[in-house]
Design a protein around this ligand. Structure first.
Ligand code: SAJ
Length: 431
C-alpha cells in the first residue's frame, strides 16, 4: 500500500526523532490521531521514562502519555533500525549556536545519518528544527540520498518548522497552524497529508527554503521588536518617560501595532539564537543583516544596563553594589516556566559576582541556580529574607509570587519587568 493510502487510512506508522519539548508533544498528537508512533532518542533515560508512561515535558500530562503507551500507540527506542518499519518520520532535534555564535547543525546531521541506513521507498522525512534557508536541501538531502533513494522520486523530504511555545495555555501542537514546504510538489503533498492527520491547520508553501525562512521571520520579528523596546527604554529613562506606560497606551490602537516590552535581556532557546542562523547564511550572499546584528547587540547589552541601573538605585541609598545583599527574584528566561536556557539571569548573576555583591535568589520554578560557579538553592521568600536584602532585583515576573509581601518588606526594588506596575511606592524603581 502506498504512503498516501497509509496516511489517509491511518495505518501509517509514524516516527519522531528527538523527544524533547517539540518531539514528545508531536508524537502524542500523532498517536491521538490513531497512528502507531515510534519515538527515537539518543537518551536512554528519556526512552525509558516514555516507555513507562512518565512524561518529563510539562506540556504533556503524565496520564495522557501513559494511556497512549498503555494502548501500544507510543513506544520509544534508541534503536534507529526500527526506522525501517515506519512510513514517515519527523526530525525534531536542537539547533543551537556554537561558541562563535555560528549555527551548530551537528544534531540535525547526526539524526539524518542515524535514519539513512533504514530508509525505504515511498517514505517521508520532515525536518522541524529551526534552521537557515537551504539546510534541508544542502545538508539533509545529500545525507538521506546516501541510502540510494532519490528525493522526489522514491523518498519525500520537506521542512515544517516547529512552533511550540512551552507553557502556552491556548496554543499547543494540534491547534497551531503548521507551515510545510517540500523539496518537490510531491514532497509537499505527502507532508501536507501527514500533518493534516493530526494538526488542525496546515499551510503549504512553495519550497523548503520558504518554509525555513518563515520560522526565522517569525522569531527575528520578535527579537528586533524587543530590541527596539530595549533601546527606547534607555532613551525614555533619560527623558523621564515611563515606556511601560507608553507601550500600554500604544497598544490601545486596535490596528497596526503589536506590543513588545523591554526587559533584562533575551532568553530562551529560540529568540536569541534563530536570528543568527540567518545572519550567518546571509554572508554567503554578501549580505549584512544589520537589523539582526543591531538587535543582537542591543539585547545582549541589557544585562549590563540592568547592573548600571541597580548601582544607580543603590546609590540613592548611598550604598555600593559591592557588599550589598541582592535578592534576585525570578531567574527562568520568562514568566511561569522553569526553563533557564539563555536566561538573562545567568549573565546578570555573573556581573553581580564581578561587582562582589552578596547574591541570593528566589524562583518558585527553579530550585537550584548556579551563582559564582556554585549551585545554590532558591531561598524561601519570607519577610525576613526580603527585608534582609539591600535590594530586590526582579528579573522574571512569575505570576505565583506574592508581590504584596515583596513590596511590604523590601528596602528597595529594581523591577525589570514592570511586575509591580500596580504599586505606587517610592522604593520601587522601574527599569
Ligand atoms: N521578551 C522580552 N520582551 C517581550 C517579549 C519577550 O523581553 O516583549 C523576552 C522574554 O522574557 C524571553 C525572550 O524575550 O526572555 C523570548 O521570549 P518569547 O516570548 O519570544 O518566548 P520564547 O523564547 O519561548 O519564544 C517562543 C517562540 N516559539 C517558537 O520559536 C516556536 C516564539 O516564536 C513565540 O512567538 C514565543 O514563544 C511566544 O509568542 O511566546
Amino acid at each position: 500500500m502506498s504512503l498516501e493510502n497509509k496516511l489517509s487510512d491511518g495505518s501509517a506508522v509514524l516516527g519522531v526523532v528527538g523527544l524533547g519539548y517539540v518531539g514528545l508533544p508531536l508524537a502524542v498528537e500523532m498517536a491521538h490521531a490513531g497512528h502507531r508512533v515510534i519515538g527515537f532518542d539518543v537518551s536512554g533515560e528519556k526512552v525509558d521514562l516514555i516507555n513507562k508512561g512518565e512524561s518529563y515535558i510539562p506540556d504533556v500530562p503524565m496520564e495522557e502519555l501513559a494511556s497512549l503507551v498503555d494502548k501500544g500507540l507510543i513506544t520509544a527506542t534508541t534503536d534507529f533500525s526500527q526506522v525501517a518499519s515506519i512510513d514517515a518520520v519527523a526530525i525534531c532535534v536542537p539547533t543551537p549556536l556554537d561558541e562563535m555564535k555560528e549555527p551548530d547543525t551537528s544534531f540535525m546531521e547526526s539524526a539524518a545519518r542515524a535514519i539513512t541506513p533504514y530508509l525505504h521507498a515511498d517514505m517521508l522525512v520532515t525536518l522541524e528544527s529551526t534552521t537557515y534557508p537551504g539546510t534541508t536541501e544542502e545538508i539533509i538531502q545529500p545525507i538521506l540520498e546516501v541510502s540510494g533513494l532519490t528525493v522526489g522520486t522514491d523518498l519525500y523530504l520537506a521542512f515544517s518548522p516547529e512552533r511550540v511555545d512551552p507553557g502556552n495555555p491556548v496554543y499547543q501542537t494540534k491547534n497551531t497552524p503548521k507551515v510545510v514546504g517540500g523539496v518537490t510538489p510531491e514532497c509537499t503533498k505527502h507532508a501536507v497529508a501527514l500533518y493534516e492527520r493530526f494538526i488542525d491547520t496546515v499551510v503549504p508553501v512553495s519550497s523548503t527554503r520558504a518554509s525555513e525562512m518563515t520560522k526565522l521571520l517569525e522569531n527575528i520579528f520578535r527579537s528586533v521588536n524587543i530590541a527596539l523596546m530595549n533601546e527606547l527604554l534607555q532613551l525614555c529613562e533619560r527623558m523621564n518617560i515611563n515606556l511601560w506606560e507608553v507601550v500600554d497606551a500604544a497598544k490601545t490602537k486596535p490596528f497596526g501595532f503589536m506590543p513588545f516590552y523591554p526587559g533584562p535581556g533575551l532568553g530562551g532557546h529560540c529568540i536569541p539564537i534563530d536570528p543568527f542562523y540567518l545572519s550567518w547564511k546571509a554572508r554567503q550572499f554578501d549580505f549584512h543583516t544589520e537589523f539582526i546584528e543591531l538587535s543582537g547587540k542591543v539585547n545582549e547589552a541589557m544585562p549590563y544596563y540592568v547592573i548600571q541601573r541597580l548601582m544607580d538605585a543603590l546609590n540613592t541609598q548611598r550604598k555600593a553594589l559591592g557588599g550589598s545583599r541582592v535578592l534576585v527574584l525570578g531567574v527562568a528566561y520568562k514568566a511561569d516556566i522553569d526553563d533557564m536556557r539563555e536566561s538573562p539571569a545567568i549573565r546578570i548573576a555573573e556581573l553581580l559576582q564581578d561587582k562582589e555583591a552578596d547574591i541570593v535568589y528566589h524562583d518558585p520554578y527553579v530550585p537550584v541556580f548556579k551563582v559564582a560557579g556554585t549551585e545554590v538553592p532558591s531561598v524561601e521568600l519570607t519577610a525576613e529574607e526580603l527585608s534582609h536584602a539591600d535590594v530586590v532585583l526582579i528579573i522574571t515576573d512569575h505570576s505565583n509570587v506574592d508581590y504584596d509581601l515583596v513590596v511590604s518588606h523590601s528596602q528597595l526594588i529594581l523591577d525589570t519587568r514592570n511586575a509591580l506596575k500596580a504599586f505606587d511606592d517610592s522604593k520601587v524603581v522601574r527599569l
